[in-house]
Each structure stands twice: as C-alpha cells, then as structure tokens.
Design a protein around this ligand. Structure first.
Ligand SMILES: [Fe+2]
Length: 727
C-alpha cells in the first residue's frame, strides 16, 4: 500500500499550469502535496459497489454522490475534487464538504453539494473511505458545472429513460459513455419496481430477488409469481442492484445526471400514492410505500436537496418534498424538469368500469354538444324494467361471474354491451332457453349515448380500454365534458402549484430553447382501424396509451396554447419505449404547436413488444383476427398516409433502444436519435461494445419556428404534415 503522498505522486498526470475558466468565481485551488496528513491510500472500489455519481450541475455547484458498503456502522468519508484527473490541482472544500459521514440510516448513501466552483468547468472527484490509518479510494468521476447564464455557448447533452434490468442489458450506455456531453438527463423508469413481471420482463436472465420478501407485494401465481417493491429495503435493493451495472456506472462516472422520475420508481402506471396492479379490484393507495420509494430515490440519485440539508439525504424528505426544478445552461438552454406522477389524478376510465354503464346519456350529450353525435350508441333506459327484467337478471349473473358488482347493472345500459354479454350467456344455455339479442331495428328507436364499452372498455378489470387502447373520438368527448364538470380536476396532471411554477418558468425564460424534461409522450398517438378487416366494433380510432398526455387531452391543449405562445419550447420525452419526432399542437389549431423528440428505452421492452404482449394478455383483443399482425406493424399504422391519423408524427421507430443527443445553439437545436435494435437488449455487449451497431437519425428545429427538419443524406428536409412527407 502507498502513503497518500506517494499515491498522489503515482497518479499525478501533470503538474503543469492550472487552467482556470474565465467566467464565474474561481474556486480556491490547493496543492494537496502540502496540505494532506499522512495516510495509507489504496484502491477501495470494492467498498463502493455502486461506484460514484454526480448530478444537478449549476454554474457554481454540483452534487456528488457515493455509497460505501462496510458493515452496519456509520462510516467516515472524505471528498476530493480537482480540476485534473490526477488530482494535482485540488479544489479547497469547506470542512463540512470535505469530511462526511455515510449514515447507516440512509443505507450509507452520501451526497455532497460542492459550491464555489467555476462555471462551465470540468472537475474530477473521488471519495475516500477512511478506515483506521487507511484511505480506500473510490473510482474517479468526471463532472461538469453548467456554463454561466450569460455565456453564449453550445450545449450538448443526452437523454435516456426506461432501463429495465430484469433479463436485459444496458448496451446503449456503452455507446453513450463514449459521447462528448455536458450532462445527461434521465426522464424516469430508472428502476422497475417488479422482480420479473412476465407481462413485460424477461425472467430468464439477470434478476433481482428481494431480501425482504415479506415486505414486498406478492403478484402473479405459480410459475409466474413475482414481487413488487413495497418496503424501503426493497426499493433500496433495486437501486443497489441496478447501479451495480458496469455500463451504467461508466455513464455516471463520465457525466453529471439530471433526473426526474416516472411511474416505475414507485409503481406501474401510478398516480400519487396509488398503484394499478389490481385494476380496481381493490384500493391500492399506499402512502407508506410511496414514501419508501421517494426516500430510496432521493438517497440513491445525485439530485439536489436544497440548501437547508447537508449530507443527510433522507432527512430532506419533508411532506412537501418536490422534485420539479429547472436549470439554466448559458444563453441557449433552459431545462425545465417536471414531475408528472405525484400530483395527477386517476385515469379517466376506471379499470373496473362495467362496460355497459352509460357515462354520457342522450340528455347530457345534447346539453353539452348541442346535439347527440353520430358516434353515440343506443342504450336501454332502465335495465331493471326493460323486457320485464329478463336482461337484468342475465346481466347481473354474468357481471358477477366476471368480477363486477352486480349493483352496477342498473339504469341506462348499452345495447352493445347487453348483446355481447347475452351472447356469452347463451353459449352455456340449451337452445330453448336462449335469450334473444336486442334487435338492431328495434334499438334504432332507443336513446343514444356513450357507455364505457363505447370508450373501448370491452372486458372486466383490465387496463385495456381504461389506460390503454381507448377509443379516441368518444374518449375526447368524454374527457372534455368531465374536464368542464370538474373544473379541470379530472386532468390536473401537474397540480396547481407545479403548473403555475412551470408556466411562469417557461414564460419568464430568456433562453433560446426552453427544453421541457417531460416524462410522458405529448404527441397524440392514435391508430385508425377503420380501413382494416376487423370486426365492426374495432373499426375505430384508438388512443394507444391513456396513461400519457393522450389521456389528458384538455389539459394538454391548455398547456400547448401557452407553450406555443412562448416559442422555442422543445419537449424531450421518454416513457413510451420508442423513438418519435413530431409536433404537438393545439387540437383545432395545429399551427399552435411545439416540437417533441421522444427517445427510446435504454433496455425496457420496446413499444411494439409491449403492445404485442398487451394484446396477447387481453381476453377480447387476443381473439380479434389480425390484431397481432396489425400491432406488429404499429409504425405503419401510426404514420399511415391512408388514414392520416397522426399527420404531426414525422418519425416513428417503435422497435429500438437507445438515447438521444441534443446539441443546442443560438440558431438550431439538433436531436440525434442513436438507436440499437431492441433484440440486442438480451445480449450483454459489454465486452465488445465497439462492435455494437448504433444508428443515427438526425432532426432539428430552428430558432423562431416550430418545424421539424430531418437530415436526409446531408440535406435538411422539412416535415410537411399536409402530405406527410419530408420536403
Ligand atoms: Fe418505462
């Protein structure tokens, strides 16, 4: 083992003149060869199994993170920051920053916010675990502060999302670590809370097994049983495991991260403290679980904790804990990070809704829309008395068997739902006991309205027709009326406080580009099955995912009106496991729009894979002939020039992993979509990362416009929504 002095000499790369950046308050540089006590130093990376990380860079500060592992006691750490990788030019730190305690009660995670740094400068940092006379040194991390607000500099960063670890590998990070970046943004799903959900996770490969199995939620049955994190121990174990990945560590050691969370940092398709595993079979609100998830996130992520808390990340989780925040990178980039999970309401269509229940009747539609729209469907006015109650008793029995509350079979019930249920009941009845279906000619005289089945809810207690694959035209009417009735509460995605902060920040920004770090796809994504040979009931326009902004269309419209006015707003987005480029516009006035670039998942099952498994898992949709073939060709459906259902969608790749690199200057913002075939995620390419094929598709938008251009063999072509062509 070397003495510290010798160690520093041994790692000394150059003792040349210190390069001090021109702007910002210069940090005090000390010469470590004169200042340090004698201590034995040795490689201690084994004590830092999650390595180190940095995050939340600002012009004068950055947050450094480490976790040290050595028994149950609180442990002593020292922090070293230098302007060179050899640590010959060290930054003088305050005593409170230079020596910190890794507290057992925070899983020995430590965060240090280093202040007084120069703007736009690269720093190197490492942690020393002090044990007796020996200092065990972590790996060296490289980080970079933000440029000064007035600096006229190009900003280059990457963004990522969705890094499922179960059976999958982080190959895109091999490529990302080689990029030249100022920082990277994580848009959520940094962890997945389940240990092997067979509906989307690959349970053959690497996995997580919770030590505290009793503290977790048991899901699935038999061969496909798995757990979802519930206790603090469960969530911490996920971060420990995910962060043990060498490719992910390499990225953290190379760049500071700015992170927000999406649902899986807590629970799939969550809202507030409520999970959705049981699709309304029970109340899944669990405040303690939400707190555990938030605390582990906060302990393990190098996010800023405000100025009032030092070196005690868990203690900084007050009840009003908030993660939405913004960052300025010189004159051209203002990054505004939102939290679209903590404050939002439940999805508009309950997973447990009885398909036959009429939600907008004849009178309501007439009053709200002036007329009953063509797409409204006939319903029976009082199921209890209609046809002497024969349908009521058949429906109640079938509803109960399907897991509904029979009490829901009351009042106005959709004829379509009645006939579907009765057809099912008839299958089990002898010929002479068959219940006649309600005749179409007869029901033409009935009142018409919109029932859950008309919104796409075809079966009991499931996500399809509630959170996924809802029928767009009826859903948009329903959402708009609910929005009005609830004074906006039904779609209050951000919560009032965040929303006013968000709009104030966007509207007050002086930066060329206001980049919205947005978790959920803004671009409307619908498919129109009208022209395809599917049963009549499916010849509709479907929203792919109502857990995203498509499920909150009125609020989206309202925000887009304001953001289009601001100008220079670009949304960068994850969540959906696909690469999309396009413009999100105000419905009815598509000239009011903003540009959005959606980046693919790092490793999670691609959007196309997810769609195929959703179909396979749904009792009704899996039986629709041709459904699988249609889903496999999802990009063709999304960008179809025949149906023109998404003319704003300029690019779609629903079967790739990767990340996006953004380069923003005073004139343009370029997005380079770096993609890897989704099938590669099942192979660990760490040993041959250089051989990995990484695609590049470049898009840009120009100052003063909200148009999208694509690099077509060296020439920039503009997307023309009217012809759906690059011209
Ligand atoms: Fe995800």
């Amino acid at each position: 083992m070397l003495k510290r002095r010798d160690f520093l000499r041994a790692t000394l790369v150059t003792a040349g003149a210190l390069v001090v950046p021109a702007c910002g308050r210069d940090p005090e540089i000390i010469n470590p060869l004169d200042a340090e006590p004698e201590r034995e130093l040795t490689d201690g990376s084994a004590y830092f199994p999650q390595s180190i990380a940095s995050g939340d860079p600002r012009p004068g500060s950055v947050v450094l993170w480490a976790r040290v592992q050595d028994g149950e006691e609180d442990l002593d750490l020292e922090v070293e920051v230098a302007t060179d990788a050899g640590f010959t030019q060290r930054v003088a730190l305050d005593a409170g920053q230079a020596k910190v305690k890794a507290l057992a009660r925070h899983d020995h995670c430590v965060k240090v916010k280093v202040r007084g740094l120069s703007a736009g400068a690269v720093y190197y940092y490492r942690f020393v675990y002090v044990k007796g006379d020996t200092g065990y040194v972590s790996r060296v991390g490289r980080t970079k502060t933000a440029p000064a607000e007035e600096a006229d500099v190009k900003v280059r960063f990457a963004y990522v999302s969705c890094q499922d670890y179960i059976g999958r590998f982080y190959n895109p990070y091999l490529a990302l670590a080689r990029e030249e970046l100022d920082f990277f943004v994580h848009l959520g799903d940094y962890i997945y809370e389940t240990t092997g959900d067979p509906s989307f996770q690959n349970t053959d490969g690497r996995r997580v097994v919770f030590t505290d199995a009793a503290g977790a939620i048991a899901l699935g049955e038999g061969d496909t049983a798995f757990h979802a994190a519930r206790s603090l121990s469960n969530y911490r174990e996920l971060y420990r495991t995910y962060r043990s990945d060498a490719s992910l560590q390499k990225v953290h050691e190379s760049f500071p991260m700015i992170a927000t969370w999406d649902d899986h940092e807590f629970s799939n398709d969550a809202f507030g403290a409520t999970a959705t595993y049981f699709d309304d079979r029970k109340d899944e609100t669990d405040v303690e679980r939400r707190k555990a998830a938030s605390q582990a996130w906060f302990e393990y992520q190098p996010v800023d904790y405000g100025d009032d808390v030092e070196q005690d990340p868990g203690a900084s989780l007050p009840d009003n804990f908030r993660i939405y925040r913004d960052f300025v990178f010189g004159q051209h980039v203002h990054l505004v990070m939102t939290d679209l999970r903590s404050y939002r309401p439940d999805h508009l269509i309950p997973e447990g809704a009885f398909p036959g229940t009429v939600v907008l009747d004849h009178g309501k539609l007439g009053a709200e829309l002036g007329d009953v729209p063509e797409l409204a469907m006939p319903y029976v006015n009082d199921i209890e008395t209609y046809a002497d109650g024969i349908y009521a008793s058949a429906l109640k029995g079938a509803a109960e068997a399907a897991g509904y509350d029979a009490a829901e079979v009351t009042g106005k019930i959709s004829v379509l739902a009645i006939n579907q249920i009765v057809a099912g009941v008839n299958e089990g009845l002898p010929g002479d006991m068959q219940i006649p279906l309600i005749d179409a000619a007869e029901s033409n005289f009935f009142d018409r309205g919109i029932a859950y089945v008309d919104l796409g809810k075809f079966s009991a207690h499931g996500a399809i027709g509630a959170r996924y694959l809802t029928i767009k035209d009826t859903f948009d009417i329903y959402a708009a009326i609910r929005y009005k009735e609830t004074q906006g509460a039904s779609e209050d995605m951000m919560g009032a406080e965040q929303e006013s902060w968000f709009l104030d920040t966007m509207e007050g920004s002086k930066a060329t580009w206001k980049v919205w770090g947005n978790e959920l796809c803004l671009l409307p994504l619908a498919v129109d099955l009208g022209p395809y040979s599917v049963p009549e009931q499916f010849k509709r326009r479907f929203i792919m995912n109502a857990d995203t902004w498509d499920g909150f269309p009125s609020k989206r419209n309202e925000l887009l009106e304001r953001l289009a006015e601001v100008g220079g707003v670009v949304a960068i987005t994850g969540d959906i496991h696909a690469f999309y480029a396009g413009t999100a516009g105000v419905s009815g006035d598509p000239s009011k729009k903003i540009v959005e670039f959606v980046g693919g998942a790092v490793s999670s099952a691609s959007f196309r894979e997810m769609l195929l498994s959703q179909l396979a898992g749904d009792p009704v949709l899996s039986a629709v002939p041709g459904a699988t073939l249609l889903a496999a060709g999802i990009d063709g459906l999304l960008t179809s020039t025949a149906t023109k259902v998404n003319p704003h969608l300029a690019h779609a790749n629903s079967y790739a992993h990767g990340y996006v690199v953004i380069e923003a200057s005073g004139e343009e913002l370029v997005a380079d979509m770096r993609s890897i075939d989704a099938a590669e995620a099942l192979t660990d390419h760490a040993e041959n990362g250089d051989a990995l094929e990484v695609g590049s598709e470049r898009f840009r938008t120009l100052r003063g416009e909200s148009e999208i251009y694509r690099d077509v063999r060296g020439a920039w072509k503009r997307w023309d929504p009217a012809t759906q062509k690059w011209i």
